[in-house]
Design a protein around this ligand. Structure first.
Ligand code: HEM
Length: 387
């Protein structure tokens, strides 16, 4: 299961807490129940976030050398930071993503999505297949992020390639050759980030002004560039794909009886782009009756927690607004809860409202394919055509 958790059925026979060692001989403790996942997330002292960005497949020496050649380091900054510096760094990021600043982007994003939807609709009308990943979901979150936070002046494709390479390098099962290729790609972009961290404005300048070291500024930007756009691109793709199979939901959107915001919450619950997130036991502890030794990697199965019958009335049904729909843990919880949740929700609501009509009367030519990965779904092309 470790790498394809989203493929497991809700009824699969999984205990509340299970010990699995199905990758490079490492024992991971997998937590499935909503209450237990929440309990872990709410207690970052017993269950520390330090391993959040650790490579699932240990990086071999040759690839480490490549990374070191680019002075690549990931010090504790945001998701992997249990030190005293976390609240300050988080506060600076939260300021850049303040709800008022997010809301101010909505009209611009709506206009952009509308233009794209018009173009995609014209292509569909002309009988052409369209790729909703490439044509809509892939770059929108990055474009919005760039308006909120000054980013390095790099082409969109370069940032996307880097982000996907990073997600593969740190969360996928890999062989040594692939690790070397990915380390080269990630390392190269890291050099760009390091230059920007030293001279850039916006968040980079704010972090520098707060006295953070160059490594911390680079580390925070690295995480934000990945977490702040790739996750949402993936979510938009998965949600649009899911909506092709939910005609009643689309009819509700059309008729005004279903709110886009509620569709987004059900999407996050049933199609989260981040299916698991990790913590590490700081001390010998017990979880749901299972002993967990200090140092154990704890894999929180967020996707499954969203389908826990104890929190949601109809776990497998896409039913916007149903009781418990918003209680998913797609954004984590507690001190490290996603700072970009409001932004992601706004972006997804705009895309649902504007793009759902495109899905009426279409056939899925190619559903998005998701590679093996512990945490990220990473869907690729999603192609539809009329008829
Ligand atoms: C659908 C899209 C997204 C999903 C599902 C998602 C999910 C998550 C999850 C599961 C965590 C870990 C939470 C924890 O440890 O409790 C997280 C952390 C974080 N996310 Fe997101 N995220 C999304 C979009 C974004 C966006 C758009 C941004 C910023 C532009 C962002 C920035 C962050 C940051 C900075 C953290 C670290 C917070 C901290 O440690 O204090 N995320 N996110």
């Amino acid at each position: 299961m470790l790498f394809r958790g989203w493929g497991e059925s809700v009824d699969g026979r999984w205990p509340d807490v299970a010990v699995v060692a199905d990758h490079v001989g490492v024992d991971h403790v997998v937590v499935t129940r909503h209450a237990l996942v929440r309990q872990v997330l709410a207690d970052p002292v017993t269950w520390r976030p330090d391993n959040a960005l650790d490579a699932v497949t240990p990086v071999p020496v040759a690839a480490l050398r490549v990374l070191a050649g680019h002075r690549f380091r990931l010090p504790p900054t945001l998701a992997n930071n249990s030190s005293a510096s976390h609240p300050g760094i988080r506060a600076l990021v939260a300021e850049a993503l303040h709800p008022d600043r997010v809301a101010a982007q909505q009209p611009w994003l709506t206009a952009l999505v509308r233009r794209r939807v018009d173009r995609l609709a014209a292509a569909l009308d002309a009988g052409e297949p369209v790729d909703l990943y490439a044509g809509l979901a892939a770059d929108l979150p990055l474009l919005v992020l760039a308006r909120l936070v000054e980013l390095p002046d790099a082409p969109v494709d370069a940032v996307k390639d880097f982000a996907r390479a990073a997600l593969e390098l740190f969360w996928a099962p890999l062989d040594a050759d692939r690790q070397l290729t990915l380390a080269t790609q990630v390392g190269r972009f890291h050099t760009v980030l390091r230059e920007f961290a030293a001279t850039g404005g916006g968040l980079a300048a704010a972090l520098r002004a707060a006295g953070h070291s160059p490594d911390v500024v680079v580390g925070a930007l690295f995480f934000l560039l990945v977490a702040g756009q790739e996750t949402t691109s993936q979510f938009l793709t998965l949600l649009l794909h899911r909506l092709t199979a939910e005609p009643a939901v689309r009819a509700g959107l059309r008729g005004g009886t279903v709110a886009a915001a509620d569709v987004v919450e059900e999407g996050l619950r049933l199609e989260p782009p981040i299916v698991t997130w990790r913590r590490v036991a700081a001390v010998d502890a017990t979880l749901g009756g299972t002993a967990v030794a200090a140092g154990t990697s704890v894999v929180l199965w967020l996707a499954r927690a969203g389908r826990d019958p104890e929190v949601v009335a109809a776990p497998a049904r896409f039913d916007p607004g149903q009781r418990g729909s918003r209680r998913h843990l797609a954004f984590g919880a507690g001190a490290h809860r996603c700072v970009g949740a409001q932004l992601a929700r706004m972006e997804a609501a705009v895309v649902v409202a504007e793009a759902a009509p495109l899905l009426d009367g279409v056939t899925v030519v190619r559903p998005p394919w998701c590679p093996d990965n512990l945490t990220f779904r990473m869907p690729d092309a999603f192609v539809i055509r009329r008829g």
